[in-house]
Design a protein around this ligand. Sequence first.
Ligand code: AQP
Length: 333
Amino acid sequence: TPRVFSGIKPSGGLTLGNYLGAIKRFVGMQGGEFETVYCVVDMHAITVWQDPTELATATREVAAGYMAAGLDPTKSILFNQSQVSAHAELGWIFNCVARVGWMNRMTQFKDKAGSNAEKVSLGLYAYPSLMAADILLYHATHVPVGEDQKQHVELTRDIAAKFNHDFKVDFFPETEPVIEGPATRVMNLRDGTKKMSKSGESDMERINMLDDADKIAKKFKKAKTDPESLPETLDGLKDRPEARNLVDIYSALNDSTPEAVIAEYAGAGWGQFKPTLADLAVAKLAPISEEMQRLMNDPTEIDRILANGAEKARGIANPILKDTYDIVGFLRG
Ligand code: AQP
């Protein structure tokens, strides 16, 4: 069976961007033609400083978010990355396959490092190489991600191709980023040219999965827009990033399309559209956040589920790592 792998970093609380761009689509791929492996990538989180207690809480929160949104540990493998040491081991081999010049082209690194590139961790720089290991350790061919991760999945293909070429094998498969739907890039509510992030400066920029109804309403109300009302056609949203973002969010939450939303709300002002959007978001998110809270009240149970998933993950990953070691020429007794 073809395999899907994806993950989320526990670098803070889950956002609406993580939900629409990733989790909701992870759920859509479960139980079909694919074997699905979904990871909480805690080793990626520590590429920037994480308070240890908060890291543990955020790891459980992502796991709870997965399950509350519909990922079922009996249908998907759910685990946290650091419990499967093969990720780090293959990551090292890929550090020796990937080229420094490739890493220098990664736009996420440039964005995150900014003018401070000398002071960030070496791990932040090597992040895409570990991400390639995450994916290829399962010989995964399909990787559902948001638009921002496209470049990293493409780099994964380059690493696989170079490994196969250098060692004259046909071992690692080609991976395909799966980027579909109206919300593959949910934007910041205060600046429609930046993506919504867990670690963005202001809480007003993002909707958190655990925000209550009042907070969600307030954040949409204060979301930046422009003075014009909703246009008659999608073309009318061109060069209006904030307006486009709210329409995209509405359509993704409602399993509809931006065209259909425009058809329904043509001519509506923000005073009408924003409260409707807030109501829709609350209706869709409240059941998930209630279930997340319930699951998080029993951390021992979450830890048990993750340990169980890690055991299954090792069952796939360890034989692939062993074959990789043989290919590379590492001795073992
Ligand atoms: N705004 C977004 N719109 C659509 N998809 C998004 N994703 C993240 N933000 C958006 C997708 O969520 C998955 C997990 O991302 P991640 O946590 O591994 O890393 P990230 O993309 O760096 O997420 P954040 O929220 O921006 O975290 P911080 O602020 O800590 O860096 C990925 O599939 C991603 O595309």
